[in-house]
Design a binder for this molecule. Sequence first.
Ligand SMILES: [Zn+2]
Length: 227
Amino acid sequence: MISVTSSGAPTPGAAPIRILSPKLGESLTVRFLSDYSGILVHWHGGRTVACQGPACNAAAHKKEVFWKGYAAVQLWVSVGEVWRAAALEVTEGLSRDLPDEGLRGQLWTIRRARSQKKGEPVTGAYLGLDHGPDLPPAFNVQQVMCHFFRVNELTTWGADNPIPRAISVFETKGSPPPKAGKARSKTADDGTPVASAQETRNFADAIKERLKTMKEVSANGEKPAIP
Ligand SMILES: [Zn+2]
C-alpha cells in the first residue's frame, strides 16, 4: 500500500516521498498516478534550485534556466513486491517519450543510459495499462516538490518547457546511391578528372595490344612504325 501520511500522528512504516531518477545504467518500472507538471530551475551553488520568477534569488536568476517535470508515480520494488510512492523527475529527454496527458494508470520502464556522454540519457518505454481498483489516488506532488526545494510555493509550477521540442524523424526505405566504382569518371580534390578502374584497365589492354603489334612487325624485318 501507499505510505502517505497527512499532518498528524506519524504512521509506523511511513517514509517521506522520494524524488525518483534512475542512476547510470539503471531501469525502473513505474506506474503513473498523475500527469507530470513542469517547473523552471537553475543550477546554483552546486545544486538545483527552483526559479521563483520575479521573486527569484538574484544570483541564481542570472544563471541558465532549465525545465524539470515531476509526476506522482509508484515505483515497483521487487524486493518485498510492493509499489512505493515517489515523485518521478521528468527530464527533457523523457518528456519526449511520455504523452502530455492521460498517464494515470500507465506502466513505464524509465531507463538511464550507461554513459553520460550522450545528450539526453533518460528514456521511457511504455509497458501497458494497469488501471485496476488498487490504483491509489495521486498524492500532491507539488507539495512534495515545495518541501524538496524548501519553498512555501513554486511560482513556476505548471510551466511549459521554454525550449522547443526536438524534431523527431523516421528512417525511410530507398534504393542505394550509385557506387563510386561504377561511375564513368570522377574528379580528384583539385577538380582533375580521374579515370575509373575499368577505364584504367581498358587503357592498359590497348597499350599491350600496341606493343604486341610492334614486336610482330619487327620480327618480319620491317621498320616498326612509331605509334
Ligand atoms: Zn529564477
